[in-house]
Every structure is written in structure tokens, then in C-alpha cells.
Ligand binder design. Structure first.
Ligand code: SAM
Length: 301
């Protein structure tokens, strides 16, 4: 699976957000406050470029606080935010551009008054995308990036989820089920394998991953027992498996995109060497409950 296939599948599934712990409204408020402050600091009609936009979470937030911004929003995935545009008229005036790699921006130099990114820039090759974004930003133009923190409340659980997916893949349960569908083993043998996997699977088994996969397999078994067409069952199973692989790919990208303090310091020095003023800080959760990410803010000289 190519990296952008995982994201194309994700955005086409209709999500509005991607990196908020359990769709937390608290996180949404924290992010929204940050974008509010930035949006109101920009003059009306400023030309803004949102990098790796997904289904337009940042444009939505910016336009909620400064309706007259002229926003262009790009992503390497095959995004099609039509469903969100229909629900949210603010997004109607955003120029969404799918299939754009931010390491090669199709814009002239000094085009934008401001550039934004929320959990997006760090997914790209930073040595290429940073020089591109500085090239298309106007002198005195501003940027604000919210980026993944290696120890954030999003990245830490993602590591545990990847581990759980990998253990399930290595356990042989999926191959066992495929053999069952193709009449290579019978139901009793499959049940024995399932029980063995659950017994040996001593790491935490979450309802969201192990629970859902076993429930989906149970449902397909019932459908087979009811005499449903095997070709149809294989099709459903193949779709389920490719969704699991896509989710794993997405989580692995998230983990490897996340930045330590050393990484952020190096990123900021590199930006400074390209002629910008830049400051960074953590985005802290209330009551010392950890961090949501990094905030990196600056101006092109
Ligand atoms: C975590 S999502 C963030 C999306 C959105 N900004 C949000 O906050 O909901 C990361 C996005 O980065 C995009 N992406 C990854 N590498 C990219 C690249 N080189 N150029 C453009 N987009 C990229 C992915 O397709 C994905 O939509």
C-alpha cells in the first residue's frame, strides 16, 4: 500500500479530523483557540496556504474567525471534501487541491501572506518542504505549524495500537480465517486457533482493535454457516483486511512523523538559516495531563 493510499482511504471515509485523541472536544477547543489567535492576526483577504489539509480542518477553523481569508488547501492524498463543503458553507470558498506533494508546490515564489499546517508538514521530507514553503511565502508573511510531539497523547497510544495490530498479524489468525473461507480448515480448527491466539495474546487486547477484528470474523463465520456466497465473503474480508493495513500504515506514518525536542530545535535552526524568525513551544493539556503537540510560529524576513 502506498502512503497516500492510506490517507486517501481515510479522508474518503468522511473524517473531518485525524489526530485528535478519541475525537476529544477538549483537543478541538485547544486547537481552535490557537487557530483563532492566528486568524484574527491576519488582514482580511490575506492569501493563506494550508499544507497537508486533509478534509480542511484548519481552513474551517481559520474561516470561523476571519471569514474573508482566501485559502488554498493542498494534500498529497486524493482528497474530495465535497461532503464537508455541503455541511459547512464556510469551506465553499476554499480552493482544495488534491494530489499535491508539498515538497513540490505548484505556486510562484512570494504568493502567500500566511502558511499553516496542522499535523501535516512533518509527514513530508522536511528538508524539501520547508524550503518550498519559504519560497512561496511573501516577505513579512507568517506561518504557524502544529506538529506531532513524540510523547503526545496521540502518538503514545498510536504505538500501542501498532503493536497490537502487528501481534494480531503475526498470530496467524487472519491466515487461519482465509484457510477457513477456502475450506482448507474447518470451523472447529479455526475456533481452536482463535482461542489459542486470545490466550497467548497476553498484551493488552483492546475492544477497538482485537475486539472488532474478532467480532468481524465471527460475523463472517455466521454468514458462511448461513450459506452466503463464498466469493462475496472473500470480498468483504479483503476490504476489511485492506482497511486494517491502511490504518496500520497511517499510524506508523504518524509515529515516524512525530518530533522530539532535538528534532524541533533542528527544524527551527534550519528555518532560521532560510531567513525566518521562528519560535516554538509545546501545546500543553490542562492539569498537567501531558502534551498535544508542538506549536511553531514565525515570520519570513
Ligand atoms: C494527520 S493528517 C493531517 C490532516 C489535516 N491537516 C488535519 O489536521 O486534519 C496528515 C496529512 O498529511 C498528508 N501528507 C503526507 N505527506 C504529504 C506530502 N508530502 N505532501 C502533501 N500532503 C502530505 C496526508 O495525506 C494527510 O492528509
Amino acid at each position: 500500500m502506498k502512503h497516500n493510499d492510506a490517507w486517501s482511504l481515510y479522508w474518503q471515509g468522511g473524517h473531518q479530523e485525524s489526530c485528535i485523541a478519541n475525537d476529544s472536544t477538549e483537543d478541538q477547543f485547544i486547537l481552535s483557540d490557537i487557530w483563532q489567535e492566528f486568524a484574527v492576526s491576519l488582514a482580511h483577504n490575506s492569501a493563506v496556504l494550508d499544507l497537508a489539509t486533509g478534509n480542511g480542518s484548519v481552513p474551517h477553523n481559520l474561516l470561523s474567525f476571519n471569514e474573508l481569508l482566501q485559502i488554498t488547501a493542498v494534500d498529497r492524498a486524493d482528497i474530495n471534501p465535497q461532503k464537508h463543503i455541503e455541511k459547512n458553507s464556510l469551506l465553499q470558498k476554499v480552493m482544495f487541491m488534491p494530489n499535491i506533494d508539498i515538497t513540490h508546490l505548484p505556486f510562484n515564489e512570494n504568493t502567500f501572506d500566511a502558511i499553516t499546517s496542522q499535523f501535516g508538514l512533518e509527514y513530508s521530507a522536511l528538508n524539501l518542504s520547508t524550503s518550498e514553503l519559504i519560497r512561496v511565502l511573501k516577505p513579512q508573511g507568517h506561518f504557524l505549524f502544529i506538529m506531532h510531539h513524540k510523547d503526545s497523547e496521540v502518538v503514545v497510544p498510536a504505538r500501542a495500537k501498532v503493536q497490537e495490530f502487528e501481534l494480531l498479524f503475526d498470530s496467524g489468525i487472519l491466515e487461519g480465517f482465509e484457510a477457513f473461507l477456502n475450506a482448507g480448515i474447518n470451523l472447529q480448527q479455526l475456533n481452536t486457533l482463535g482461542e489459542k491466539v486470545l490466550a497467548e495474546h497476553t498484551m493488552s487486547k483492546s475492544e477497538a482493535i482485537t475486539g472488532q477484528i474478532f467480532a468481524a470474523i465471527d460475523k463472517l463465520i455466521q454468514m458462511k454457516e448461513q450459506g452466503k456466497d463464498i466469493a462475496e465473503l472473500i470480498k468483504i474480508y479483503t476490504t476489511m483486511k485492506s482497511r486494517i493495513i491502511a490504518e496500520m500504515s497511517r499510524l506508523k506514518q504518524l509515529i515516524s512523523a512525530s518530533l522530539s525536542k532535538v528534532d524541533v530545535t533542528a527544524l527551527c535552526s534550519s528555518l532560521e538559516s532560510m531567513g525566518v524568525n521562528v519560535v516554538f513551544s509545546t501545546i500543553d493539556l490542562p492539569q498537567e495531563r501531558g502534551v498535544l503537540g508542538w506549536k511553531i510560529k514565525g515570520t519570513k524576513l
